[in-house]
Design a protein around this ligand. Structure first.
Ligand SMILES: C[S@@+](CC[C@H](N)C(=O)[O-])C[C@H]1O[C@@H](n2cnc3c(N)ncnc32)[C@H](O)[C@@H]1O
Length: 598
């Protein structure tokens, strides 16, 4: 009898199709990276005195990136990545697996709308596949005690819940936060929506490490605290202290006598929550309240001054965390009314998530960055951040916004609440090009745009080595352990060259050599493994697929347009063709060959 799958799961057309992602390198564009010229909390300013020494200043600021938070509240190693987030997340995997404490994503909701900066409507199966592929990598990036917060509306939230149960495990579901995003009902609808859902999952609830921070005591909660007996410890609220009898001990059944002389045994079917001995201590410390008359049932006094905070719950009202209109106003004050972004989130909403889910210095990641709210808020809260954005608004909105934050010129959003004065910085990266392209005879070749360092870094990623070039030993470009190294070169390796390297490597170390070709019997070198590139890596992944995005306008058709690209001089050239599109490509099917797009 066929073995049946008994697991409850969501199925959809094309679920079994998975992209074989190329682990791209990230290429920094220092022109777009930005760093404050001062350190917060330090008197000595590192202000660049002239254009000549500006680079040195920036270098010295960058060297601070290994500093711990207690040395400086500034972080300079935040990352803004321009490009498709699936490739970007894959690119981050090697360095950031298990390092991100909190992920907040606000992906396109699949509403069917076309916004100014992106389209938001793909066939449901495609949306689910695209999200599944991203969620799987996001899960790997989380620390064992980390959490992910996924902001959606009714278009896909319930499907995403089932999908996330599959990716994260149902036991790791924490809550569905209901955020009241509107301030009044939509007049056009008989039953309009007022809220978004924010699905919260832990990476691993059973790790025993997961914990969420409390919120500061809110003003409305603080109003519940009074001081009718002028207690010098300040305002307090009274709480019941009866308990269930299930696990009660005999010491929890006693009679309390009020100041007026009235006797209080535990209520019928219940016990006191604390043993008599402890009750007496609380009574002696004036922590038991019998009402103004001294005749009421006893309750415990809970002082506001002794509370660390209050627990959050899943109802997030707009007066506490903001609403869509507030978010739009924040964007207008940053960019002006002529340069809006359609779907920002209010800073107060992200502030609450970051507050609950992280501590200063933790990494926060948003791979659907939009106008950059997550990075701006994380930055102002002393967290490190990574943002990924595919749209041009990465340049028109995120970079200017983050510059204002760093310069201390953004006094909107949560700035006043956290007393933000500026500082820190970020590096800007692009998802690097594909390592393998086709030449004019349709043969796969190493992308001519790769220089030696890029090639070595890309091969390290593909072969599972950490890119760590040794300035003194040319054949040590990366390592997988203390004694195992990688050397990447496009040269043809001769017997003499291999003999020399093998002697240097010696009997206690091993070396993987990835080269253009070799002319020798390589089996004679016990400490060397020699592979030819690109042949050795061709089957590892899908090459040349640059856009796995959620935007219809970026689906495969666009790649065809790129084929008519001009070179830097404006001459029309036949570009090295990319893999991964159309029916004739050499690798397995991609997501977007599934069909179903209307
Ligand atoms: C709802 S917006 C996020 C808004 C953001 N939370 C804010 O406060 O501004 C979704 C963003 O995801 C981006 N996006 C969609 N597909 C993407 C992809 N494959 N890679 C990177 N970004 C993507 C869109 O360009 C859009 O900016």
């Amino acid at each position: 009898m066929a073995k049946s799958n008994t697991r409850l799961e969501l199925t959809w057309i094309g679920k079994e199709n998975r992209p074989k992602l190329e682990p791209r390198i990230l290429v920094e564009d220092p022109e777009k990276s930005y760093h404050a010229t001062f350190r917060r909390g330090r008197e000595e300013e590192l202000t660049a005195k002239s254009a000549e020494n500006a680079e040195n200043e920036i270098e010295s600021l960058r060297s601070m990136r290994s500093m711990r938070l207690n040395e400086s509240p500034d972080f300079f190693d935040n990352r803004l990545i321009f490009g498709d987030n699936l490739l970007a997340l894959k690119a981050l995997e090697q360095e950031f697996t298990g390092k991100i404490k909190c992920i907040y994503i606000d992906p396109p909701y699949n509403t069917g709308s076309a916004f100014t900066h992106y389209d938001d409507g793909v066939e449901h199966s495609i949306w689910l596949s695209l999200m599944r592929d991203r969620l799987e990598i996001l899960r790997r990036l989380l620390t064992e005690d980390g959490s992910i917060w996924v902001n959606l509306d009714d278009n896909e939230a319930h499907y995403c819940k089932v999908l996330m149960d599959e990716v994260f495990g149902r036991a790791n579901f924490v809550a569905n936060v209901v955020w009241q995003k509107r301030t009044s009902p939509d007049n056009r609808l008989r039953l309009g929506d007022a809220h978004d859902s924010i699905l919260v999952y832990f990476k691993n609830s059973s790790s025993g490490k997961t914990t969420l921070n409390q919120l500061p005591v809110s003003d409305s909660r603080a109003n519940d605290f009074r001081n009718p007996d002028d207690d010098p410890r300040g305002p307090w609220a009274s709480t019941d202290f009866t308990g269930m009898t299930g696990h009660a001990t005999p010491s929890q059944f006693y009679t309390i006598v009020s100041p007026s002389g009235r006797k209080y045994p535990p209520p019928e079917g219940r016990c006191w929550a604390i043993a008599e001995e402890n009750f007496k201590k609380l009574l002696a410390d004036n922590r038991v309240w019998f009402g103004k008359s001294g005749n009421s049932r006893p309750r415990l006094k809970r002082f506001i001054s002794e509370m660390d905070g209050q627990n959050a719950w899943t109802w997030w009202a707009n007066n506490e965390v903001g609403h869509n209109q507030e978010a739009k106003k924040e964007i207008v004050s940053l960019f002006g009314a002529d340069n809006p972004f359609d779907t920002p989130k209010p800073e107060r909403l992200i502030h609450r998530i970051v507050l609950i889910a992280t501590n200063p210095g933790d990494w926060v990641l948003d791979s659907f960055a939009g106008s950059g709210t997550t990075g701006a808020v994380a930055h102002k809260m002393g967290r490190r951040w990574i943002m990924v954005e595919l749209g041009e608004h990465c340049h028109t909105h995120i970079i200017p916004r983050m510059k204002k934050v760093i310069d201390g010129d953004d006094q909107g959003g949560i700035s006043k609440a956290v007393n933000w004065k500026g500082g820190g910085g970020f590096r800007y990266y692009k998802v690097g090009p594909s390592l393998i392209v086709k030449d004019e005879w349709e043969n796969p070749v190493i992308n001519p745009d790769f220089n030696a360092a890029m090639l070595a870094e890309a091969m390290c990623k593909l072969e599972g080595f950490t890119f760590e070039p040794n300035a003194d030993i040319y054949w040590q470009q990366g390592r997988s352990s203390e004694t195992d190294f990688i050397y990447v070169t496009t040269q043809i390796m001769t017997k003499e060259m291999l003999t020399k390297i093998s002697d240097e490597v010696g009997p206690n170390r091993s070396l993987l050599i990835c080269c253009g070709a070799y002319r020798a019997d390589v089996t004679q070198f016990e400490n060397l493994t020699v592979k030819k590139i690109p042949k050795a890596v061709l089957k590892k992944c899908e090459w040349g697929h640059d856009d796995y995005s959620l935007e219809i306008k970026n689906l495969p058709v666009k790649i065809e347009e790129d084929l008519t690209a001009k070179n830097a001089k404006g001459e029309e050239k036949r570009p090295a063709r990319r893999f991964g599109k159309g029916k004739n490509r050499d690798t397995g099917p991609t997501l977007f060959d599934m069909g179903g797009l209307e």
